[in-house]
Design a protein around this ligand. Structure first.
Ligand SMILES: [Zn+2]
Length: 271
């Protein structure tokens, strides 16, 4: 655990719960549906939280969902079907909330992000809605003064990412929404996807200081892999979390952070 705490100790100066959830307006959509990939863990997590109405209601409020944004195959009328974008979003939000604790909190005082990731993400993201345009990234967050703030989730979020990757993406987008944290252009994944470095990765006009959005993805994978409750993880899911964290460490930083996650999810120095 010592390794993790060392890694996490760099980030918390700038964390703060902010923003009131606001309602946005309905938007038009292209159809978006695909048969669920059985290896993306949706049935595993769907069974754990049971699509309970009170949990749906809580997500609906915190993330400012609107019925008109999720029509037809997006899932508003079929919200407990793991093949719909809406349910696949719910599954990831439940992972944010309950993978590491049965009692998530809004206090960000714990270094274990799993204690507060759900409430903090809900408070940080102004509203969430889907799109299925081709050739889009996993997600996009609009933020800043005098703009309509939102987080839009795309096809690859729903169907190319497994539940743990989706949870990491929501946590990542929440960092943009809360701290702005523009991406830079110089890293393996190229333009507009990079944090310049690990400890000071939140850059751009008006951005807060500290760990950038890519760092938040890594942080979530680190804490999830090492502290998830036993019934919320298995070896295959842990391996996915470790792979996701290491992908970001290898592809999304201008300066190599010089650590990777080992198979158990703990950071190990690499340079
Ligand atoms: Zn980003």
């Amino acid at each position: 655990m010592k390794g993790i705490e060392t890694m996490n100790s760099k980030i918390f100066a700038s964390l703060a719960v902010s923003a009131v959830v606001l309602l946005g307006s309905a938007r038009s959509h292209a159809l978006c549906s695909r048969i669920a990939n059985p290896y993306q863990f949706d049935s595993f997590y769907g069974a754990l939280w049971g699509c309970k109405q009170e949990l749906v209601n809580d997500m609906w409020y915190r993330f400012a969902f609107e019925a008109a944004d999720w029509p037809g195959t997006y899932g508003y009328n079929d919200p407990c079907n793991d093949s719909t974008p809406l349910k696949r979003t719910f599954n990831a939000m439940q992972l944010l909330g309950y993978a590491m604790t049965a009692s998530p909190t809004c206090s960000t005082s714990s270094s274990n992000v799993g204690m507060w990731a759900y409430c903090w993400a809900g408070n940080s993201i102004d509203e969430v809605y889907p799109g299925c345009e081709a050739n889009e990234p996993r997600a996009h967050t609009s933020y800043g003064p005098f703009v309509d703030a939102y987080t839009k989730l795309f096809f690859s979020f729903f169907y190319d990412e497994d539940v743990i990757q989706r949870a990491g993406t929501l946590f990542h987008e929440a960092r943009h929404a809360q701290g702005w944290c523009d991406h830079t252009d110089s890293c393996a994944d190229g333009p507009d996807s990079c944090d310049p470095n690990w400890g000071s990765g939140c850059v751009g006009a008006g951005s807060s200081s500290g760990l950038g959005a890519n760092g938040y993805t890594v942080l979530y994978m680190n804490w999830f892999a090492t502290t998830a409750r036993s019934n919320w993880i298995n070896p295959t899911i842990r391996a996915s979390a470790v792979a996701e964290g290491n992908y970001y460490l290898s592809h999304r930083f201008g300066t190599d952070p010089c650590f990777r996650l080992n198979a158990a999810g703990f950071p190990v120095t690499t340079c």
